[in-house]
Each structure stands twice: as structure tokens, then as C-alpha cells.
Design a protein around this ligand. Structure first.
Ligand SMILES: Cc1ncc(COP(=O)(O)O)c(C=O)c1O
Length: 462
């Protein structure tokens, strides 16, 4: 009997990489195979292909959780089959969801958390869409009641918003009014905000943890500017806080900073459970300070324990497991544990930022003292034959993913590089990163001729 005969007759006996699907490349990647494979073979092929991804723990680019403990992994596997929308079949998970957003309403200082309302989502993007839709619908109701036109709603925000806000404006026919960031005003800060607001403004977005740099926007100053505008013109414009990352940092590391429901103008807040909520992707949350701020005509009713449960979501089916994981992380850590975890991330971020500033060619954009995220750029005026894109490539050769990218709009000629420190990037790993960064920077500084620029290089890759 030849070897391949044996493989067909006794597939379980054949060594793993000798079986037919593994011994040849998958022939038609874009067509369903004609025949079955052994589960172990299909597993091996998919497992090996996923191995070609970067190592998630060395991905210093992502905000998303890349480490949870073994108990969380166990819960995740046990709950993988639960659909969040089936509230009738999984009433316990539905109850946990409600407990979680009440916990967030309390953490964000809602005047009466029992009067707040919220929901889980697939991430902050969906949560931001829901926040934006509620602003738009309330504005429409008010305009119709006043007999005014609802044709041209607009939303005011920094030019450094995450792309989900551009999507919201595009998908839901709202004009996006961007306030450009500049060297003098690196975040939206209320300065000159009157110029962007009129009777068609449905709201202002304030970001706690700008994606590009990690900086907080001063929500209280923005609210004060809007209070002033209200007093002068009668325009009463609410704020939605995009706290995708910062809403799970500020309550622990800057508890005295007023950015949340302590400010009356803040109607709603979103966060990503899968960022500093310390849960695997995808989970987001949005909470309104008071149920009256979420127009009832946006809410649908699903069947629940023989009754009806209100839901407000873009998706129907989505995983329920992450909601259970969020509750696990709340119970596991509590306020003290969350404070300790986030403080450690911040200590590591500031250590890294200080180490990078000391190297010489770099200038910090910020130092990780808001959320544990910071960005740097090359010192201006120095002649050199390399860019941050080259440094990104060199670090990638060592396994570290540290992206370089341009800042938005008015600062688009500035390239920065950013690190997001999360639970799991220990001080020891951070030290190893600094050793690699020092070595790669020294290598690049030795170059005597310029490397091809990023546009030439990406043409080559494609
Ligand atoms: C400020 C901000 N808003 C929204 C989002 C979108 O979040 P998600 O990836 O959870 O959809 C992000 C993601 O980085 C973000 O940083």
C-alpha cells in the first residue's frame, strides 16, 4: 500500500501535515470545496493561516483588548452560542446587559442612574450612530413642533473625530461640520464654536480620548461655551461624549475631571467595552442620562418573558458572550481593580513616552497622561534620510506593530507614530520594546541615502 492509499484509508492514522488538504495548497480559495475534510484537517489549515497575522499582544496600535484571564476564556467558550437579541430565550443575559449599563450610568455620575437608559452594541461605532440618531430625532421633533424646517441637520465636531462620525453623517444625511485642529487648539475646546453652530445643529460631539493622540477634549469648557451661546442666542445644543476609550479611564484615573453626566448638557455617552472596558471584541455601550432624552419612536419592542422588551440597535442578532464578559470584568475588578489596572497601563505609557523623548530624534505630541496612549513625531528641522514609516517597518521586523500616520486636515503634513498601552503590556515588555526602538533608530540614523518614500513603497507592495 502506498503512502497516499494509507492516507485515504486510515486518515486518522496519517500524520497531520501529510493529509491531502494539508499536503497541497487549498486549491480554490474563492469557491466552496466540493467535498468534506476531516475536522482536524480543516482546523489545522485555518489555524495555520491565522498564524500569519501579527501577534495581537505585540500590536501597540490597537485599542482593543488582547488579553483576558483564563476564567474569562472559560466563560467566553461557554456563552459562545448566545444571541443577544433573543431576550426571551436568554433572559439572564438580558438581565446582565441591563445591570451593566446601569453600572456605567452610575460610574458616569448620572443624577439618577435608575432613570438612565442604555444598551450594549457591537462596538462604539454602533453606539455613536445610536447617540447621533437620538440627537437627530429630538431635534426633528423640536423643529416640527415649532413649525420649522428639518431639511438640513448638522453635527459639530473636531476634524480629529473617528471615522464612525463621518459614517453617521453620511449614512443618516447629516451635514458634518468639522472644527479643524491646529497647533494652538490641538483638540475641540469650545474656542470659536459659535461660528459652526446654528438652528440646524443637532448636537456637538466631544471626544474623551482622541483616536489619533489619546488626548481628552475639555468637555466642561465646551459645555460652558454652549451655555454662553444658549444665554446669548437661545440655541440650546446638547453634547454627546464619544468616550470610546476615555470613558473607561477617566472615572478611575481622573475622578475629579468633570466630563460626564455631572454636566447637564451631556445627554449621552458611549464607550467600547472592548477597549478599556477590558473585554474581547466586539462590545460597545451607549447610555442616556435620562430615558426622556431617547425619543420613544426610535425604540422597538422584542418579546421577553412573555412580555415586551424595548431595544434600540442597528443590528438584530449579535453575540451575547461579550456582555457576560463585561459583567465578569466588573465583578472581578470592581472600582479598585479597574483603578489599579488602568493606573499600571498609564505608568507604562508614561515610562515609554519618557524613554522615547530621551532618544533624541523624537518630540512627544502628548505623554499618555490622559488615557495611556501617546504619539510622537520627528523633531523638525533635523536633516535625516528616514521617516517614521521606515521606523514602523523596522519595528515590524521585530514583531512590534506601531503605526505611523498623518494627522487630520490642517495638520495633515505632520506624521506621528502612536502607542496604545493596554492591560497585558507589562513594564518588562515595554523595556524590551525600548531596546528594539533604540537599536532600530540607531540603524536608521546611519543611513547615508534616503529610503524610498511611503507612496513608492506602497506601489511596490501592491
Ligand atoms: C474616539 C473613538 N470613537 C469611536 C471609535 C470606534 O470604536 P469601535 O472600534 O468600538 O467601533 C473609536 C475607535 O478607535 C474611537 O477611538
Amino acid at each position: 500500500m502506498t503512502r497516499s492509499d494509507a492516507s485515504e484509508e486510515y486518515p486518522d492514522l496519517t500524520s497531520v501535515f501529510d493529509r491531502s488538504l494539508e499536503a497541497h495548497p487549498v486549491s480554490a480559495r474563492h469557491r466552496l470545496p466540493d467535498h468534506e475534510s476531516l475536522p482536524s484537517t480543516a482546523y489545522q489549515v485555518v489555524h495555520d493561516e491565522a498564524m500569519l497575522d501579527g501577534n495581537a499582544r505585540l500590536n501597540l496600535a490597537t485599542f482593543v483588548t488582547t488579553w483576558m484571564d483564563d476564567h474569562a476564556a472559560r466563560l467566553y467558550a461557554e456563552a459562545a452560542d448566545k444571541n443577544m437579541i433573543d431576550k426571551d430565550e436568554y433572559p439572564a443575559t438580558a438581565g446582565v446587559e441591563e445591570a451593566c449599563w446601569h453600572i456605567l450610568a452610575d460610574l458616569w455620575n448620572a443624577p439618577d442612574p435608575e432613570k438612565a437608559v442604555g444598551t450594549s452594541t457591537i462596538g462604539s461605532s454602533e453606539a455613536c450612530m445610536l447617540g447621533g440618531l437620538a440627537l437627530k430625532r429630538r431635534w426633528q421633533h423640536a423643529r416640527r413642533a415649532a413649525g420649522a424646517s428639518t431639511d438640513r441637520p448638522n453635527l459639530v465636531m473636531s476634524s480629529a473625530v473617528q471615522v464612525c462620525w463621518e459614517k453617521f453623517c453620511n449614512y443618516f444625511d447629516v451635514e458634518a461640520r468639522f472644527v479643524p485642529i491646529t497647533e494652538e487648539h490641538p483638540t475641540l475646546d469650545g474656542h470659536d464654536i459659535d461660528r459652526y453652530i446654528d438652528e440646524n445643529t443637532i448636537g456637538v460631539v466631544a471626544i474623551m480620548g482622541v483616536t489619533y493622540t489619546g488626548m481628552y477634549e475639555p468637555v466642561a469648557r465646551i459645555a460652558a461655551a454652549l451655555d454662553d451661546l444658549h444665554a446669548r442666542t437661545g440655541l440650546d445644543v446638547p453634547i454627546h461624549v464619544d468616550g470610546a476609550s476615555g470613558a473607561m479611564i477617566a472615572p478611575f484615573l481622573q475622578p475629579d475631571l468633570e466630563w460626564d453626566f455631572r454636566l447637564e448638557r451631556v445627554h449621552s455617552i458611549n464607550t467600547s467595552g472592548h477597549k478599556y472596558g477590558l473585554v474581547y471584541p466586539g462590545l460597545g455601550w451607549v447610555v442616556w442620562r435620562d430615558a426622556s432624552l431617547l425619543p420613544d419612536d426610535l425604540v422597538f419592542r422584542v418579546s421577553y418573558l412573555g412580555g415586551q422588551m424595548p431595544t434600540f440597535a442597528l443590528n438584530f442578532s449579535r453575540p451575547g458572550a461579550q456582555v457576560l464578559l463585561q459583567y465578569y470584568s466588573f465583578l472581578r475588578l470592581g472600582r479598585r481593580g479597574f483603578t489599579a489596572v488602568q493606573r499600571e497601563s498609564q505608568t507604562v505609557a508614561r515610562h515609554l513616552a519618557a524613554g522615547i523623548a530621551r532618544l533624541g530624534p523624537f518630540e512627544l505630541w502628548n505623554d499618555g497622561s490622559d488615557i495611556p496612549v501617546f504619539a510622537w513625531r520627528l523633531r523638525e528641522g533635523d536633516a535625516r534620510n528616514w521617516s517614521l514609516y521606515d521606523l514602523q517597518d523596522r519595528l515590524r521586523m521585530k514583531g512590534w506593530l506601531v503605526p505611523a500616520y498623518p494627522l487630520p486636515d490642517d495638520l495633515a503634513d505632520r506624521t506621528v507614530q502612536r502607542i496604545v498601552v493596554r492591560q497585558g503590556l507589562s513594564m518588562d515588555l515595554a523595556e524590551r520594546f525600548l531596546v528594539d526602538l533604540r537599536a532600530e533608530t540607531a540603524y536608521l540614523e546611519l543611513l547615508t541615502t534616503p529610503l524610498p518614500d511611503i507612496a513608492e513603497r506602497s506601489a511596490f507592495h501592491h
